[in-house]
Unconditional design. Structure first.
Length: 291
């Protein structure tokens, strides 16, 4: 299959491109210089997502498009207007190019931030937990807003052009086996990531592979996170610390229950992440006890 991958030089994009190149012909697109040692069956197109002609060139002939290119978060050294411009205009160009190319599906990296990511246990803006796809979206930054707008743009192209669109609301992506910083973040109090959200890169790659091989979907927005909370604090105790207190919906949480409900992901894609920080960093408690 011929695939087009945007953001192909990024942390997830490069890993994904190398994985997919084992079985597919890839056109990789990014504004960064080409990475070293790309597989032979990867053609690299360097350009800005705001350049519609370049984006169309990269998508030409693609059967599926994987759109990871974006300013990857609220980066305070980048003006919010620029973040919004790159992310929103770029996504429109990608979807338009995919439709013109006759691609059957676009799998997009959306973000948990589309709901408006909590900044603290006191300034969380949450209506209930665990968060699911029905939770109200209240963006706090141009990045948050861009991801929400991109999901709506994808729905429009799906509805009007007949192209399948799958928007994956990714959490923080980490390599739990090799990330020194993450190995300590799980012990922070309160956690840097208030919702304890994380996903190993290997699970992120796997869910994209599952998604672009589906032929029976129209438009989907799906949360995904690891199947354990990214904090060593027991979930029942942790959720009681939210001020104001937040309603917990569903069965009472176990100690490692995540604060994001991925039931729709499991139902729609029949996919469940397999890698947890507990598995990947089994030596952590022993290391911590020596401090």
């Amino acid at each position: 299959m011929k695939l087009s991958v945007t953001g192909a030089a990024g942390r997830l994009g490069l890993r994904l491109t190398r994985r997919l190149a084992r079985e597919h012909e890839i056109v990789a697109f990014d504004r960064a210089d080409p990475p070293e040692s790309l597989p032979e069956n990867v053609r690299y197109v360097q350009g800005d997502l705001r350049d519609a002609d370049k984006v169309r060139q990269a998508a030409s002939g693609a059967e599926a498009v994987i759109h990871l290119g974006a300013i990857p978060g609220p980066m305070y050294h980048i003006p919010q207007s620029e973040t919004f411009s790159i992310n929103v205009q770029g996504t429109y160009h990608v979807l338009e190019a995919a439709a013109r190319a006759g691609a059957r599906i676009v799998v997009m990296a959306s973000s948990l931030c589309a709901i408006g990511f909590p900044t603290s246990l006191q300034d969380h803006g949450l209506s209930y937990l665990p968060v699911d796809e029905e939770h109200p979206c209240r963006p706090r930054h141009a990045y948050d807003l861009s991801k929400l707008v991109n999901e709506q743009t994808a729905e429009m192209f799906s509805r009007l052009a007949g192209i399948t669109t799958v928007c994956l609301r990714f959490p923080a992506l980490v390599d739990v086996r090799n990330s020194t910083s993450f190995s300590f973040e799980v012990y922070e109090d309160p956690p840097r990531l208030i919702l304890g959200d994380y996903l190993d890169f290997q699970d992120a790659i796997s869910v994209v592979e599952v998604a672009f091989n589906r032929r029976d979907l129209k438009h989907e927005v799906l949360f995904i996170t690891a199947r354990t909370s990214g904090t060593c604090q027991a979930t029942p105790e942790y959720i009681r610390r939210f001020d104001p207190r937040v309603e917990w919906r569903g069965d009472p949480p176990a100690d490692t229950t995540p604060l994001i409900n991925c039931a729709r992901l499991e139902r729609v894609l029949n996919f469940t992440p397999t890698i947890t920080w507990q598995q990947g960093m089994a030596e952590l408690p022993r290391v911590r006890s020596r401090e």
